[in-house]
Ligand binder design. Structure first.
Ligand code: F6P
Length: 555
């Protein structure tokens, strides 16, 4: 039999359970009425990020019981262990040292690793400068104007997010991102570009990811067809990888490869050379600010007391909603067009890290691990899934991400966006009773009978628990701090739930099956030919494979 989760084993668990039960029957507006200081006191601010959790089902006694989890689980000790590079990834026997990638000096004991990080930063900076100055020439002698990042998962989502979020910093060289193995992704991107002035960055920690290597091969052929010689190809390719041999086998000499290291997980790697395409897009100074913002969050995480420690608070609130109130999902709603893909980025970060079925010792969990994270840009979601947030039967906690100023210069229009963000948060919190709906309808001149019938459809329960994270504007520094905040929140939740956040074995089986299928699909397409049917498949998969075979001979 599996033992209870760490958060349930720690002192105060029954009290937290009874607080949760008591509060789930109350209304959040009622909590505001009972506690006039609530708006100010259920907030924490650090590094320019303001976390407002006053709309959560929490009052002071419940919060006290919840915050007591942090010292009981020794979250500060865990933070120290992470930042010092202890081998917390116990299934892969290595540390998770993403914080080192943004450090400005070597932490004790990590001097050798830091030296490599610093040297790689210099190489990244040199790449940026060479490209921006127009001195990086393609096979025809013209300067490179476009960079395409070829990578998937952590080798795509972070760099892509940064380029979108910090669009106003973009300079002379345009950056594009291709992740999907669907040929349409690369094809659509290449259509707009000139091979003679395009540089590919093959981002793959393992240099074994089929999607990325397939796209890299297509890119190679595109350049050769356009007139580049084999010898000229290195002018058009960089690789970011731990696997120098595989990169060399692809035709990229060591000079064209920038390293990352085993101790960086893919989803934590945007701060490394994996972020090169974004550094090229926004410029080295802005990329450095991004690193500094993240480094400031590392320090805050290590030092701030629980009550003002943003990653710990966010994780405790996640634990509150999921483990005590029973939420199974978590929405992220950025009120900023540039952050529209933040939910995608956070999906990999949180679900690949904490979507686990066994605890760190390998025992099956008898409690839930990561909630399903989902979301979309705020106003877009308002016209689609917010209906469910307001009136659906499921508990959907959310984080509103609300930058208060726009970098577009179009402040009048931006006012509308912010008004929408505040309005949605308020509507989720206060709701509307059937009686209020009914009197509004009567005031609008509806017949009593019609108003009575319609009122329940317009009623909204309110008290939908959510956080609002607001800050001045999406700058590189703030973005760095925000992303590191979510990294550490993910880590704290893993600690509270007793799981290893830094491995991802669950993605491997599908890759293996795809490899063996591919072998069969490269053979004869006629099912009666010798060679077909070599892979041992279940009948449902076999039927799909046969449908594919039939589709290869149209008509
Ligand atoms: O399939 C999952 C994964 O291993 C992610 O963890 C990783 O970010 C992605 O694939 C890409 O891996 P790589 O950088 O080795 O190509």
């Amino acid at each position: 039999m599996s033992s209870p989760a760490p958060f349930a084993r720690l002192p105060g668990h029954p009290e937290r359970q009874s607080h949760a039960q008591r509060l789930s029957g109350t209304s959040v507006p009622g909590l505001f009425q009972a506690d006039p200081q609530r708006a100010d006191d259920f907030c924490a601010e650090a590094l320019g990020l303001r976390l407002d959790y006053s709309r959560q089902w929490l009052d002071r006694p419940a919060r006290e019981a919840l915050l007591a989890l942090a010292p009981a689980a020794d979250l500060h000790g865990a933070a120290r262990a992470l930042l010092e590079g202890q081998p917390l990834n116990i299934t892969e026997l290595r540390p998770a040292l993403h914080s080192l990638l943004r450090a400005r000096s070597a932490p004790r004991g990590l001097e050798a690793e830091f030296a490599e990080v610093a040297a790689t930063r210099l190489r990244m900076q040199a790449c940026c400068e060479q490209l921006h100055s127009g001195n990086w020439l393609g096979f025809s002698g013209n300067a490179i104007t476009d960079v395409i990042n070829l990578g998937i998962g952590g080798s795509d989502l972070g760099p892509r997010l940064i380029v979108e979020a910090l669009g106003s910093y973009r300079g002379a060289v345009d950056c594009h991102h291709v992740a999907n193995v669907d040929p349409a992704d690369l094809q659509d991107t290449l259509l707009e570009l000139d091979p003679a002035t395009t540089l590919f960055i093959v981002c793959s920690k393992s240099f074994q990811t089929r999607e990325t290597l397939t796209n890299a091969q297509v890119a190679r052929n595109w350049l050769l067809t356009a007139g580049a010689s084999e010898e000229q190809l290195p002018r058009h390719f960089l690789a970011i990888t731990t696997n120098l041999e595989a990169a060399e086998a692809f035709g990229l000499p060591a000079d064209n490869c920038l390293p990352i290291w085993d101790w960086v997980g893919g989803r934590y790697s945007v701060w490394s050379a994996i972020g090169l395409s974004s550094a090229i897009a926004i410029g080295w100074d802005a990329f450095s600010e991004l690193l500094d913002g993240a480094a400031a969050m590392d320090q805050h995480f290590a030092e701030a007391p629980v009550a003002s420690n943003l990653p710990m608070l966010l994780s405790l609130l996640e634990t509150w909603c999921c483990q005590y109130l029973g939420a199974e999902n978590h929405a992220v709603l950025p009120y900023d067009h540039g952050l529209r893909h933040l939910p995608d980025y956070l999906q990999q970060l949180t679900m690949e890290s904490n979507g686990k079925g066994v605890d760190a010792q390998g025992c099956p969990l008898s409690w839930d691990s990561a909630p399903v994270l989902w979301g979309a840009a705020g106003t877009l979601g308002q016209h689609s899934f917010h209906q469910l947030l307001h009136q659906g039967t499921r508990l959907c906690p959310a984080d509103f991400i609300l930058p208060l100023r726009t970098r577009t210069g179009m402040h009048e229009q931006h006012r509308l966006l912010v008004a929408n963000g505040i309005a949605q948060s308020r509507a989720l919190m206060v709701g509307r009773s059937a009686e209020e709906a009914r009197s509004e309808l009567l005031q609008r001149g509806l017949q009593k009978q019609r108003a009575d019938a319609l009122a329940p459809h317009l009623a909204m329960p309110g008290s939908r628990p959510h956080n609002v994270i607001s800050f001045d504007a999406v700058t590189p520094w703030r973005l760095g701090a925000l992303l590191a905040l979510y990294e550490h929140r993910t880590f704290c939740s893993a600690q509270l739930w007793g799981i290893n956040a830094f491995d991802q074995w669950g993605v491997e089986l599908g890759k293996q099956i795809a490899d063996s299928l591919l072998e069969e699909m490269s053979g004869p397409t006629d099912p009666y030919q010798p060679g077909a049917g070599r892979v041992d498949l279940d009948p449902a998969s076999r039927a799909l494979l046969e449908a594919w075979r039939r589709a290869q001979t149209p008509g």
